[in-house]
Design a binder for this molecule. Structure first.
Ligand SMILES: [Zn+2]
Length: 146
């Protein structure tokens, strides 16, 4: 794992949920553009005007937030130009971006706090963190609660 985004996650883990991913991205000078793209959830463009993350706005807001966090990982790792690589490494990059997005939007320490002190209901936790129930389930498994 690259040190730069591990450090980034460490800095974010004490933030109050729901994590304001949009402000986080804008504060890093990354533009966002929302449109009804047909064939993808999101992608990142890099040109001489800077970095822009495109998000499919026909997705649920929870999925848009996850996609934005996923694309942010590609930006942090400079992974915009990985198309030439083999399929195996592409899949690994995608899995790592999903792992990053889950951990960023649902930090371990906040999830443990809410799970043990507020509610263990998956739907309620999804509302707290403003993510899908599937993301909560994956994150609970990752921190060994489920
Ligand atoms: Zn990706």
């Amino acid at each position: 794992m690259e040190q730069n985004y591990i450090t980034f996650l460490e800095k974010c883990r004490h933030l109050e949920p729901p994590i304001d991913i949009e402000s986080m991205v804008h504060n890093m000078w990354i533009q966002t553009y929302y449109d009804a793209f047909r064939s993808f959830n999101g992608f990142t463009l890099l040109d001489n005007t800077g970095i822009c993350i495109m998000i499919n706005d026909t997705l649920s807001k929870q999925k848009q937030r996850f996609t934005l966090a996923h694309e942010l990982k590609h930006c942090l790792e400079n992974e915009m130009a990985f198309h030439g690589k083999n399929k195996g490494s592409q899949e690994r990059i995608e899995q790592e971006a999903n792992w990053f997005a889950g951990k960023l939007l649902v930090p371990d320490i906040a999830l443990e706090y809410f799970y043990y002190n507020k509610t263990s209901n998956i739907a309620e936790l999804a509302d707290v963190f403003w993510v899908t129930e599937q993301t909560i389930e994956i994150r609970l498994k990752e921190i060994w609660i489920l």
